[in-house]
Design a protein around this ligand. Structure first.
Ligand code: HEM
Length: 398
């Protein structure tokens, strides 16, 4: 990797999505200062390109001939093999994607959606009479953990440790910490799969780990390594993303009572509101690597150069969305957001995650009104591969 771009005419800017001080204030507006640049190069983290427009970001995500998914984060995740299926390119990618889709669609998907809806109702019923909570700790994380527990069919108490490792891996740019988190999470997954295989752990037959232990790909059984890698990716993909999407959505709603009132009065708009809130809080940044010399957004990229695709920048592109920093539950093109990526690798959990946020909005606003963040509260946010919110204290009248 070179800290200087191949295209010497390209603008060069200081940009680090992990450590820029502005991400601590707000990871979504942090990079608005680059809005006027369609593309630029940053020398940070060994140098990479940054695209800012919805159309250009989609074009790169669509172009699997010119761009590889081998490393989907900057810096790379520190895992010796590609994360399957997200870091595999076609044609290797397809068979694994089809396999995992079976755990998330049809009856399996409906069971997961129900687990998440039940968790929303249970959590809200417990919180509403209290008049206060920390939405991140008391609602968003337990909700994500309920999804993980249903997906993996493991006891809910084991999911706390997994969530901690996922946060270290996804948000900590220091290689030693990332490697440690990978190792601990993998040993957890390996232990759980072995227990399923030797019968010391029993499920209801619907869990991902049990499914993988007997799954086939290309007409042969999955190897142990493949099962581990797929389970690992599903854990990583499902643990942190929903928590932060829900948390940031409620942070916005807490500051906008008019939207709270509308969600309470018109529960039928929850699904559309979820899409719009996902657009406004697209928490993931992903990376691609040029496979060959190519031209994007008017600059020449050389084979091997990396490009960061901040889906938050895409979701707030004023060339694609009118008044992009405001939520508009009637926005005609809200569903064109790329919070779940686009093209061959579009998120396999998109439907379940959207249903989860929809259920959260519906259940919460049926029981809790006029909530806000107590004055003077400092909210702690962070950037990186997944933008995160650490705390969201809320109070309301009971
Ligand atoms: C709001 C929550 C979520 C967000 C914002 C999100 C976002 C994303 C994004 C942006 C990608 C594309 C990565 C790339 O192109 O490099 C992706 C892929 C993926 N996601 Fe999600 N995700 C969420 C929830 C979930 C959940 C709940 C699951 C599983 C139950 C899941 C499973 C996956 C899988 C398996 C892939 C890889 C698909 C492939 O490579 O073909 N995600 N996700």
């Amino acid at each position: 990797m070179s800290p200087t771009p191949s295209d010497l005419d390209a603008p060069v800017r200081e940009f680090n999505h992990h450590s820029d001080p502005a991400v601590r204030v707000d990871p979504f507006t942090a990079f608005d200062r680059f809005r006027d640049e369609r593309v630029f190069w940053t020398p940070e983290l060994d140098g990479f390109w940054v695209l800012t427009r919805h159309a250009d970001i989609r074009a790169v995500l669509r172009d699997t001939d010119a761009f590889s998914s081998r490393h989907t984060s900057i810096p790379p995740a520190g895992w010796p093999r590609p994360l399957m299926p997200v870091e595999l390119d076609p044609p290797d990618h397809g068979a694994y994607r089809v396999l995992l889709a079976r755990c998330l669609n049809g009856r399996a998907g409906a069971a997961l959606a129900k687990a998440v809806e039940d968790a929303c109702a249970r959590l809200v019923a417990g919180l509403a009479p209290a008049g206060r909570c920390d939405l991140v700790l008391d609602f968003a994380r337990p909700l994500q953990n309920a999804l993980f527990a249903a997906l993996f069919d493991v006891p809910e108490e084991e999911t706390q440790a997994c969530a901690r490792w996922a946060a270290d891996l996804l948000q900590d740019a220091r290689p030693a910490d990332r490697a440690g988190a990978v190792k601990e999470f993998m040993s957890y997954v390996e232990r759980a799969i072995s227990e399923y295989l030797d019968g010391t752990r029993r499920g209801e037959g619907s869990g991902l780990l049990e499914f993988l232990s007997r799954a086939e790909v290309d007409g042969r059984p999955l190897s142990r390594q493949e099962s581990l890698d797929l389970a690992f990716l599903m854990g990583m993909a499902s643990l942190d993303t929903l928590t932060n999407s829900v948390s940031f959505s409620f942070r916005y709603l807490a500051a906008h009572p008019e939207h709270q009132q509308r969600l309470a009065a018109e529960p039928g708009i929850a699904a559309g509101a979820a899409e719009e809130l996902l657009r406004l809080h697209s928490v993931v940044s992903i990376a691609r690597t040029a496979k060959r010399d190519t031209e994007v957004a008017g600059v020449r990229m050389r084979a091997g150069e990396r490009v960061l695709l901040s889906l938050a920048l895409a979701g707030r592109d004023p060339n694609h969305y009118a008044d992009p920093a405001a939520a508009d539950f009637d926005r005609a093109n809200a569903a064109s957001h790329v919070a779940f990526g686009f093209g061959a690798h579009r998120c396999l959990g998109a439907r379940i995650a959207t249903q989860g946020l929809t259920a959260a909005l519906r259940e919460w606003h049926a029981a809790i009104r006029d909530y806000s963040v107590p004055p003077g509260t400092e909210l702690v946010t962070d950037g990186g591969a997944v933008c995160s919110l650490e705390n969201l204290p809320l109070t309301w009248q009971v």
